[in-house]
Design a protein around this ligand. Structure first.
Ligand code: CTP
Ligand code: MG
Length: 233
């Protein structure tokens, strides 16, 4: 019988250059807390998730300045982030090896997605817990897609049938993920690495509200979404 244990892993060792702020975006203020706090809380909202490992830069001085006590032992910082997101996730998986069994589920979730909803997370665990491969949250592409030339003139209208936007969490078993990420360095998400093994991760219906905070204006939108759920500063 395979394991039903669920662990989270949040890569939070990036610099957040595209935000153009003096500090990394995971530590920017969002309703009086850090963005990282909201991402951790969102992942721990499902009580089936035992622990969330947070992968931080080895030089990180900020994490310990914030209170994490409300989560007790369920938050575990790992100071082993690398030069790329891929390196940070891989280093985190290796560091978590003392706790995680090869069959344990790992949910990799970006610190930059603080608005992950409880319902989507629950759906993901429900739909994938018995899956052979694992999968990711995503949303079917709703807009019409245009291919542009270098002068931003439309060259073609692309078919959007069966196209999805990938989000996080991305959920795979620890052993499989280590094997997949150990073989490649170029892919930007875990699913891509698993696909490269010839496997077919499942797409689980997510929500557009699980946005990724990349640019300064995204933070404002994240605040609006969290406020609409009753979260107060
Ligand atoms: N990340 C990481 N280690 C890196 C780079 C990124 O752990 N070396 C993390 C980020 O902290 C973030 C997630 O991966 O939670 C997604 O990456 P992205 O949104 O690109 O964040 P940054 O790399 O920090 O931002 P930018 O690319 O604008 O510098
Ligand atoms: Mg980046």
């Amino acid at each position: 019988m395979t394991s039903e244990r669920f662990l989270g892993l949040i890569p939070a060792a990036g610099a957040g250059e595209r935000m153009g702020q003096p500090k990394p975006k995971q530590y920017l203020d969002l309703l009086g807390r850090t963005m990282l706090y909201h991402s951790v809380k969102a992942l721990l909202a499902d009580t089936r998730i035992e622990t969330v490992f947070v992968v931080l830069a080895p030089t990180d001085q900020e994490f310990k300045q914030y209170p994490w006590g409300e989560f007790g032992e369920r938050v575990a910082p790992l100071f082993c982030g690398g030069a790329t997101r891929h390196d940070s996730v891989l280093n985190g998986l290796l560091a978590a090896s003392s706790t995680a069994e090869p069959d344990d589920w790992i949910l990799v979730h970006d610190a930059a997605r603080p608005c992950l909803g409880r319902r989507e997370l629950q759906r993901m665990l429900d739909e994938l817990a018995a899956d052979e491969v694992g999968g990711i949250l995503g949303v079917p592409v709703a807009d019409t897609l245009k291919r542009a030339d270098v002068a931003a003139r439309i060259q073609a209208t692309e078919a959007r049938e069966n196209l999805w936007q990938a989000q996080t969490p991305q959920m795979f078993r620890h052993g499989l993920l280590l094997r997949a990420l150990g073989r490649t360095t170029k892919l930007s998400d875990e699913a891509g690495a698993v696909e490269a093994l010839g496997l077919k991760p499942k797409l689980v219906q997510g929500s557009p509200t699980n946005l990724k905070v990349t640019y300064a204006e995204d933070l404002q939108l994240a605040q609006t979404i969290l406020t609409s759920r009753g979260m107060k500063p």
